[in-house]
Design a protein around this ligand. Structure first.
Ligand SMILES: Nc1ncnc2c1ncn2[C@@H]1O[C@H](COP(=O)(O)OP(=O)(O)O)[C@@H](O)[C@H]1O
Ligand SMILES: [Mg+2]
Length: 313
């Protein structure tokens, strides 16, 4: 069996005014939980639609489960589960009825069908809500039901488009726990999300920005790619300290988190000395500082900044 679940080659989709996806080269191995991460408008939905074989590229190609998305969409559709960003549940049907509707679509019958519906109810932690109408479920429960419906035909590859957008943090975590269960069962998952922190739960992530893949690697490798050292600083006046800091040489980038400034700098010791001196003239103290490791979000912002600079030059 082909070890690659998904492979794209210069995959491109242009619309009238924008190129939503440009020269995307991506490969996803079987059994991976792959995160497609990027802000709104980055091209996530367009990419996933092309992989789901419901939208054709304007150039380039993609294969999913070994089949070409343009020439062989049917075998792909049998092997994938696709959860659209704005999926449609039947609002007037109950949880159980929604699952059975999808069981009809995929022609499941007999005891196998009954078992599958019960299994998915348990798996999605929805058994006690089986008779509740979809319209009356919380946002998080609707997403779990949509996921359960996506799994009815036991797909080998799952394409989930922003399944946690707009969901509260607790439900987001529970949803990711369920995705981790699927990953442990050996299913290949491609999950798109605008939430940088979710990258931590993937085996590999691709960061896309303005239709282009900026980086594609494990979360650990991506965090190691940032330029310079990362300083965490606690000044007595946050706003003023930020202004001073941004004006110093060797300071690449400054972000504020609560009472803390976090700055990527070329050389931490030099920056701390210069900052302390500059702040002293303004009667501001540097209460505390430390060298720290970048979080995923900071790594991404740093990589996007670097990309922007390269585009300008
Ligand atoms: N059907 C379409 N017609 C024209 N432009 C589109 C269409 N779909 C998406 N776009 C544009 O392509 C870009 C990427 O959109 P999308 O793939 O939805 O990004 P994301 O899912 O990352 O938010 C956006 O600029 C969007 O406006
Ligand atoms: Mg989208």
């Amino acid at each position: 069996m082909d070890q690659l679940a998904i492979e794209t080659e210069n995959l491109t989709r242009a619309f009238k005014n924008t190129t939503a996806v440009e020269d995307l080269n991506l490969s996803v191995r079987r059994g991976e939980i792959f995160g497609l991460i990027g802000p709104d408008g980055a091209g996530k939905t367009t990419t996933i639609r092309m992989l789901a074989a419901i939208m054709d590229p304007t150039s380039g190609r993609a294969s999913v489960a070994g089949y070409d998305t343009v020439r062989q969409p049917e075998p792909i559709k049998r092997r994938i589960g696709y959860m659209a960003q704005h999926f449609n549940l039947y609002r007037d049907l109950s949880v159980w009825e929604n699952l059975n509707f999808f069981a009809d679509v995929f022609e499941l019958s007999g005891p196998e069908r009954v078992q599958q519906v019960e299994r998915l109810l348990r798996f999605a932690r929805l058994t006690e809500f089986r008779d509740r109408r979809a319209a009356h479920l919380s946002g998080g429960m609707q997403k779990k039901l949509a996921l359960a419906c996506t799994l009815i035909h036991t797909p080998e590859i799952l394409l989930l488009d922003e399944p946690t957008t707009g969901v509260d943090p607790v439900s987001r975590r529970e949803f990711w726990d369920i995705l981790t269960d699927l990953h442990l069962q050996g299913i290949t998952l491609v999950v798109s999300t605008p939430y940088m922190d979710e990258a931590e739960r993937c085996s590999r992530v691709g960061l896309i920005y303005q239709g282009r893949l900026i980086v594609c690697d494990t979360p650990e490798e991506i965090k190691a790619m940032t330029e310079g050292e990362l300083l965490a600083l606690w000044p007595s006046d946050l706003r003023l300290a930020r202004q001073v800091l941004e004006g110093l040489p060797g300071v690449l980038e400054v972000q504020t988190y609560g009472e803390q400034l976090r700055a990527f700098v070329k050389d931490a010791a030099t920056t701390v000395d210069q900052l302390t001196a500059a702040l002293a003239t303004n009667r501001i103290q540097l209460l505390q500082w430390s060298l720290t490791q970048p979080r995923m979000e900071e790594a991404f912002i740093s990589l996007i900044r670097r990309e922007r600079q390269e585009l300008r030059h």
